[in-house]
Ligand binder design. Structure first.
Ligand code: SF4
Ligand SMILES: [Zn+2]
Ligand SMILES: [Zn+2]
Length: 312
C-alpha cells in the first residue's frame, strides 16, 4: 500500500514539516511564511528606518545569500533606504575564493554595489599566514586560535569599513541556530560582555560603532537552506576548514536537544532576550565607558583593542 504524501493546508504536497509548529507547508506557503517572519522581525524590532544605508555582509554561504536576497526583495521598493554589500577575504586558501564568486554573482544580478576588503591588504597577512605564525610561536590566543584571530579581525574590519562607507547599519546572516549556539558559547566561555552585545535590536554604545541587525535571527538553519534552494539561489556549500572545537560540539549538542525537544532553539533565544536588559545594565556598570583603542582609534573595551593585540 502506498503511503499518502503529507499535504499543506492548501492541498499541495508539503516540502517541509515544521515540528515546532506542527504544520506541513508547500513550497509557496513555506516561502511566504519565511518572508512574513522576516518582515515581522524587521517591523517589531525597528531594524530599518527611513534614511538608512544598510551594508549586508555577504560571504557566499546560504545564510548571507538569503539575507541579501530577502533584504533586497523587501527593501528595494523603498526609495528612502539604500543597500550595499560587503565581503571580507580573510585569505583562507581553497575556501574563500570560491565562496566570493557566488557573492559577486548575486550582487551583480540584483544590481547591488559590492565592496570586498582583504586581511592581506588591511593587516599585511592572510589568515592562513597568521595562523601558521601564531602556531609556530607557541602562543595561544583563545579556545580556537584560528577562529579567535579571524573573528576579532572580521569584527574590526566590518565596523571600520562600514563607518568609512557611511553605513547606518550592518546586516548579517545569523540564523536561529547560530544565535542559540552563541548564547551557550558565551555562557560556557564566561564572556558576558559579548553576550550583552547580542540581541534582536542594534545597540550603539559608542559613536564609532555601527549597529548590527540580524533579520534571519528567528529562522532555523534548515529553513534558510531550504529557502535558498527553493528560490534558486546558488551558494557556497563548503564549511570553513578552520571550523572546529567548541562551536561544533555546541552545535551538535543543541541539534540533539532539538530533535528530542522540538522548539528548544527558540526557547534558548527567547529566554536569553528576556534576561538581556538586566545583563546589559550590569555590564555597563562593570565595564563602564567604552574606550577608543590607543593604537588604532577603534572602539574597544580595553585601552588596546584585541585586533591590535593579536594582529599588529
Ligand atoms: S570558521 Fe572560524 S576561521 Fe572560518 S570564517 Fe568562521 S570565524 Fe573565520
Ligand atoms: Zn500550501
Ligand atoms: Zn586597536
Amino acid at each position: 500500500m502506498s503511503q499518502k504524501k503529507p499535504l499543506c493546508k492548501c492541498g499541495k504536497p508539503a516540502v517541509i514539516f515544521r515540528k515546532y509548529e506542527g504544520s506541513y507547508l508547500c513550497k509557496v506557503h513555506f516561502l511566504q511564511s519565511v518572508e512574513r517572519k522576516v518582515k515581522k522581525n524587521i517591523r517589531i524590532h525597528n531594524l530599518v528606518k527611513p534614511g538608512d544605508k544598510i551594508g549586508i555582509g555577504v560571504s557566499g554561504g546560504k545564510d548571507s545569500m538569503v539575507t541579501l536576497y530577502l533584504m533586497h526583495k523587501i527593501l528595494s521598493p523603498r526609495r528612502d533606504i539604500e543597500i550595499v554589500s560587503i565581503s571580507l577575504d580573510e585569505g583562507i586558501r581553497g575556501y574563500r575564493e570560491s565562496s566570493l564568486k557566488y557573492a559577486k554573482e548575486l550582487c551583480r544580478k540584483l544590481g547591488i554595489r559590492h565592496y570586498v576588503y582583504s586581511f592581506r591588504k588591511e593587516f599585511g597577512k592572510t589568515l592562513d599566514q597568521k595562523v601558521r605564525q601564531v602556531k609556530k610561536s607557541g602562543k595561544e590566543c583563545g579556545i580556537e586560535v584560528s577562529c579567535t584571530l579571524c573573528g576579532v579581525a572580521r569584527r574590526y574590519l566590518l565596523n571600520k569599513k562600514s563607518r568609512e562607507l557611511k553605513l547606518t547599519k550592518l546586516c548579517t546572516g545569523h540564523n536561529l541556530d547560530d544565535e542559540s549556539q552563541a548564547v551557550l558559547m558565551n555562557y560556557i566561555r564566561g564572556d558576558l560582555y559579548r553576550a550583552s552585545r547580542m540581541g534582536p535590536e542594534p545597540i550603539v554604545r559608542n559613536g564609532k560603532f555601527i549597529g548590527r541587525i540580524k533579520p534571519l535571527r528567528i529562522i532555523p538553519e534548515k529553513e534558510v537552506a531550504l529557502y535558498a534552494i527553493l528560490s534558486g539561489l546558488k551558494y557556497h556549500n563548503k564549511e570553513c576548514p578552520y571550523r572546529c572545537g567548541l562551536r561544533l560540539e555546541v552545535r551538535d549538542f543543541v541539534n540533539k536537544l532539538e530533535e528530542k525537544h522540538s522548539g528548544i532553539k527558540f526557547s534558548i533565544l527567547e529566554t536569553f532576550d528576556r534576561i538581556l536588559p538586566s545583563l546589559r545594565s550590569q555590564m555597563e556598570k562593570e565595564i563602564g565607558e567604552l574606550y577608543y583603542c590607543k593604537k588604532c582609534g577603534e572602539p574597544s573595551s580595553k585601552e588596546i583593542c584585541k585586533t591590535c593585540e593579536l594582529w599588529r
